[in-house]
Design a protein around this ligand. Structure first.
Ligand SMILES: Cc1ncc(COP(=O)(O)O)c(C=O)c1O
Length: 440
């Protein structure tokens, strides 16, 4: 208390409200590489860091037409609040999109959200008390880890390999946690063209993962923004198609159309869907009527399947450019070779630290995301995620060449000072910098 009777704030000079935050806000910390990414957004830097779709490949005029029709024909509705569950026309079209991955459902079971990111937030809010365990692949999507942290969840990673999540590792992790008396609320998984690992859960493993979770009464949260962006074969059917009662499925128009609309969705078992709608209404009242109506109009009038096909061609060419450039300039590293999506996971020799190396890379005018961003437990220092979605093939080749200069420069330094640098090179992609505890 100050002498004049006015209570003093107990924060600090930077933030006078520091002492007032809820405990959950302590999970909201800016990533250490955020400042660097601001530098990396300069035009002369080739950024292999972000996950931005190449929206310039969209038929802009068809989108403009859809917007115009919405405004001319239904302007007052588009500009008004809507229902918390989202507009029925769009939900019916979402059923068609999901049918491409073997999902049969009812329009009633879909909740439209502000991107699938909001669905992630709502599901976490509904299920997580502080200290509850969420199982997630090692590595996992940085944006999901952020949400889980903000609800004070305990994220426990489960090992994956080139065929996705490893069933035996999942069994072992569940048994260990159960043995410790810990509460597992759900398994968060990205089965297709994983962000950041680039791998896809094999068809053989899918029923096994379902079975393990069913036996252990663990809900599955299936996050699938990239499934339709395959380069060769379509992906195996969604986990949701195998177990409608045990899976909450998240979808999005961000990668197949455009993230600017901020339209995603959750498909949930009936009772959960009811709670999701209530949670969505309390968070945002209703998702944007305008965005939903434009997306719906676009889906109804444009050949969206052909447009997704064009996207596949664009991303395939970029992925090929990245893999060729890695083979040419960095043959001493190992990486995943995705059949779709946006990302390649690169494994460095043990003595290189991707986070420490990033400032040097930015100085060489190339940026990537250090592997540590994708782990909740500090792993990932010897890995990095490279995105091939946004830069042109030419820029990708330039970026990888610059990256090679940085990596080789670091290795040369190590050779000079330690003498042993090049002896411990990775033979295969490593999905974490230390062996996952469940496999040790
Ligand atoms: C795996 C994954 N899930 C969810 C999202 C969020 O997507 P949005 O909110 O744009 O639908 C992303 C975005 O990069 C992602 O990669």
């Amino acid at each position: 208390m100050s002498t004049d009777g006015v209570p003093q704030r107990t924060g600090d000079n930077l933030d006078p409200w520091y002492a007032n935050y809820a405990e959950r806000a302590s999970g909201l910390s800016a990533s250490e590489v955020r400042a660097l990414f601001a530098v990396a957004s300069r035009p002369e830097v080739v950024s292999l860091a972000g996950g931005m779709p190449f929206v310039s490949a969209l038929p802009q005029e068809l989108i403009q037409d859809a917007m115009q029709r919405v405004m001319v024909e239904n302007g007052p509705t588009a500009l008004q609040y809507g229902g918390g569950q989202g507009i029925p026309e769009l939900r019916a079209q979402i059923l068609e999109v999901m049918a491409l991955e073997g999902i049969k459902a009812s329009v009633d079971d879909i909740v439209t959200t502000t991107g699938s990111q909001q669905a992630l937030d709502l599901v976490t809010k509904l299920f997580i008390d502080p200290g509850d365990v969420i199982l997630a692949e090692a590595p996992s999507y940085v944006g999901a880890i952020g949400v889980f942290r903000s609800y004070q969840a305990n994220v426990v990673h489960v090992a994956m390999d080139d065929d996705g999540l490893i069933p035996d590792a999942l069994r072992a992790t569940i048994a260990r946690l159960r043995g410790e008396g810990r509460r597992i609320k759900f398994l968060y998984t990205i089965p297709n063209f994983h962000n950041p690992a680039g791998v896809t859960l094999s068809a053989e493993r899918r029923p096994e993962i379902i079975e393990i979770c069913r036996e252990n009464e663990i809900l599955i949260l299936e996050d699938n923004p990239y499934g339709l962006l395959h380069f060769d074969e379509p992906v195996p059917n969604a986990l949701r198609s195998l177990d409608p009662e045990g899976v909450i499925y998240l979808g999005s128009f961000s990668k197949t159309l455009a993230p600017g609309f901020r339209v995603g969705w959750a498909l949930a078992p009936h009772a959960i869907r009811e709670k999701l709608i209530l949670a969505a209404e309390s968070a945002i009242l209703s998702p944007s009527s305008f965005s939903q109506m434009v997306v719906s109009e676009y889906l109804a009038t444009a050949d969206w399947r052909a447009q997704i096909d064009r996207f596949r061609g664009v991303y395939r060419e970029r992925k090929d450019a990245m893999i060729e450039a890695l083979s040419e300039h960095l043959p001493q590293l190992s990486w995943t070779n995705p059949n779709g999506g946006f990302y390649v996971w690169v494994t460095l020799p043990d003595m290189l630290d991707s986070k420490q190396m990033l400032p040097r890379a930015v100085r060489e005018l190339v940026a990537y995301t250090p592997g540590t961003a994708f782990f909740a437990d500090g792993r990932g220092r010897h890995a990095m995620r490279l995105s091939f979605c946004y830069p042109t093939p030419e820029a990708i080749r330039t970026g990888v060449r610059r990256l090679a200069t940085v990596v080789n420069g670091e290795l040369d330094l190590l050779d000079t000072f330690a003498g042993t640098g090049r002896l411990q090179l990775p033979a295969a992609p490593d999905y974490g910098s230390t062996p996952p505890s469940d496999l040790r």
